[in-house]
Structure formats: C-alpha cells, structure tokens
Write a protein that binds this ligand. Structure first.
Ligand code: BTN
Length: 267
C-alpha cells in the first residue's frame, strides 16, 4: 500500500497541522527522523508518515513492530511555548485525537474505545495503538515529537505477542477507516483543535476530554513504575497530566510516568 498524497490533501481540513508532510516508504523510526530533521520544517504540526519502520520505537525502551503497509505510522512536530499547559498533556491530547477520530471515521461507539494512561489506545480491551512523545531542548525552546502507531489491517499472525496486554488491529475488530490518508487527516484535524486548548492552557477541558475515554474512578489498577509496582484505585489525572492513585490506607499517590498493568473493578 503506498501513499496517495492527492487523496490526503483532498481530505485534510486543518489550518497548519499536516500541511507540511513527508512520506517515507521505509525509515528506522519516524520519531528519530523528525527529531533530527526538525529544522527543515516551519509550521506547527509538520508530519512525517512511513509505510514501514525498521526500528520503530515504543514506550519504556521497547520496540514498535509493524508489517509494511498495514499500519498508520507517523510523527508530528510541536514547538510549545512557555505559557502553554504542562508538556505531560501532549501525549494525552494525542490519545484523545486518535480515539475521537476512530469513533467518527469507523462508526465505533465511544464505549468500545478506552485510553489507558498515559496513552495506550484500546478497542474492546485490546491495544490497537500507542503513542510515544520525545523531546529535545534547544536553549530556551523545546521541540516535541509525538509519534503515533495504529494497527490497521494486520491479521492475528502479523501482530506482535505481548504477555501484558492483548494486541489487535482495527480490521480484526471490524473497524475500517475508508483509507489510511483519511484517518491521518482526521487525527491531525482533531489534534490541531486540542493543541489550541493546550496552548491556551485549558487544563480542565483537556482533562475532561481525556477522562471521557478513561476507566471509571475507583477502578483498581496496578502501575509499573521505575521504582516498582504501585497499586491503588484510579482517582483521575492531575493538572500536570499525572495519574492519581489512592492506596488501601487512603493515601494519595501521584505518578508522572509508568504503565498501567491491570485493571479490576472495585466492589
Ligand atoms: C507504545 O509503546 O505504545 C508507543 C508506540 C509508538 C509507536 C509510534 S509509530 C510512529 C512513531 N515512530 C516511532 O518510532 N514510534 C512512534
């Protein structure tokens, strides 16, 4: 499957996001490529899309695997200024953009979609997409690359095995965006609007949008952190985008990085 740029331009409804776009047939990682080439781009939301990544980067040092032509793999360049909301919101709003786009383009009910903190995209409990935000500081300014991978048409055999989390593709879950180009265009459109909220530091609105796809409060969670596994009930996200947990002694803990391992309803 190659990239149809005419179709992409026809459906793209953004002001700036994705207006500068590069399509690469094969690259090691779109995140690595964009971080190294950021100086070539002028507009916020410059985007690089790949048909295949040979060394796709995942969260927590893992690899993100794909089969050529069967995923949507892209990275978006953002240059937030100092007055914007905390950077922790960038991967969160990106997850919202993906979730809302899948709902709209694939006629998928919002109940089937879940964002697992910080930014796994789940459909019917299976991970179909992931997000990795990476940044470089350049003196006063910071440049953030948000990389998004979505499994589109893989069969069971073509998906990586993961003992921690069931993995699937939109196709296996009977969800079919009309094209890879239209899904990318829709995500960029949603992200552009959410990035306006981020720039205006509208933290409550971003939290509300993210929480509409999150597990309900009171859900028991186990979170793998750099210093071990933290357990407690999910109490929402804070003003930096951090996860708020309440342990059995009702002590509140705030986690800024980590990964939710499991969920079980309390009570
Ligand atoms: C995760 O581990 O859940 C995050 C996966 C992020 C994968 C995407 S694919 C496009 C972009 N380029 C990369 O190398 N990684 C991200």
């Amino acid at each position: 499957m190659s990239w149809d740029n005419a179709e992409y331009e026809r459906v793209l409804g953004t002001r700036r996001f994705g207006r500068e776009v590069v399509f690469l047939e094969e690259v090691d990682s779109t995140n690595r490529w964009l971080l190294e080439n950021e100086g070539r781009f002028y507009l916020a939301g410059a985007t690089v899309v790949a048909n295949h990544q040979t060394v796709g980067r995942g969260r927590r040092g893992r690899r993100w695997q794909d089969v050529a032509g069967k995923s949507l793999l892209f990275s978006v360049l953002l240059r937030p200024d100092k007055d914007s909301a905390p950077l922790g919101f960038l991967p969160l709003i990106s997850g919202v953009a993906v979730a809302e786009s899948i709902c709209r383009l694939c006629a998928c009910s919002a109940e089937r979609l879940r964002l697992k903190w910080p930014n796994d995209i789940l459909v019917d409990g299976c991970k179909v997409g992931g997000i990795l935000a990476e940044s470089v500081s350049m003196g006063e300014r910071v440049c953030v690359v948000v990389g998004i991978g979505i499994n589109l048409t893989q069969t069971e055999e073509e998906l990586p095995r993961d003992t921690r989390q069931a993995i699937s593709s939109l196709h296996l879950l009977s969800l079919q965006p009309s094209s890879r180009e239209s899904l990318l265009a829709k995500i960029l459109e949603e992200l552009e609007g959410l990035y306006d909220l981020f720039r205006e530091s509208r933290v409550d609105e971003m939290k509300r949008r993210w929480s509409s796809f999150a597990q309900s409060r009171g859900t028991a969670v186990a979170v793998e952190t750099d210093s071990g596994v933290a357990r407690g009930s999910y109490e929402g996200i804070g003003d930096q985008g951090q996860l708020i947990l309440r342990d059995q002694s009702s002590v509140t803990r705030e986690l800024y990085s980590g990964e939710i391992l499991s969920e079980a309803r309390n009570g």
